[in-house]
Design a protein around this ligand. Structure first.
Ligand code: ATP
Ligand code: MG
Length: 161
């Protein structure tokens, strides 16, 4: 087992409307890739922030791993592209992880970006469109009065994901 350090920096707490299961898969793939690229004792840094200028929430995952050569970089989001060869147990990479990450980010109206330097490490940045903070409190005096004809079944205060 490779033991690495983790530095988690929550610089702000932006809201985005996401499919949580899909985004967990994206984060898991990026973290596993980072861990596999690193020697023991290196640091994984995860930063959550928001960019108020363009209204995007950002999550970056930075490793101190091998880095990705410039000639390889254009191919890493291609389906079935992998540099992790099968061993005798058949435990190579499928090369599907980053293709899935890209699909999920695009289906959220977001983007995934990569910066890398050989021998120094790699940073992937996820960008999601921000939404307004949900209001969880009960409204007592500002709701319009309902008549018997109104259908209340689809009334929701927060956007449904
Ligand atoms: N953090 C990283 N550091 C160095 N190389 C990386 C990193 N992340 C991805 N790569 C490169 O991109 C390739 C594609 O990554 P992807 O996650 O799509 O597939 P994989 O990790 O090889 O296979 P799987 O995700 O099925 O285990 C990897 O094989 C590796 O060469
Ligand atoms: Mg992977």
């Amino acid at each position: 087992m490779v033991r690495i350090g983790l530095d988690l920096k929550i610089q702000s707490e932006p809201y985005a409307s996401v499919n949580a299961g899909q985004v967990q898969q994206v984060l898991l793939n990026l973290i596993v890739n980072a861990r596999q690229a690193m020697q023991p004792g290196r640091m994984l840094t995860i930063v959550v922030s928001e960019n108020l200028d363009d209204g995007m929430a950002e999550v970056s995952i930075k490793d101190e791993g091998t880095g990705i050569p410039a000639e390889v970089l254009p191919h890493i989001f291609e389906r079935f592209f992998t540099t992790k060869k099968s061993d005798q147990n058949g435990q190579g990479g499928t090369g599907l992880g980053l293709a899935m990450c890209k699909d999920v980010m695009e289906s959220h109206g977001g983007r995934i970006r990569v910066e890398s330097a050989v021998g120094r490490g790699t940073r992937f940045t996820l960008r999601f469109p921000m939404v307004a903070a949900p209001t969880f409190g009960m409204k007592t005096n500002s709701s319009p009065k309902r008549t018997s004809q109104q259908d209340t079944s689809s009334v929701a205060e927060t956007p449904l994901v």
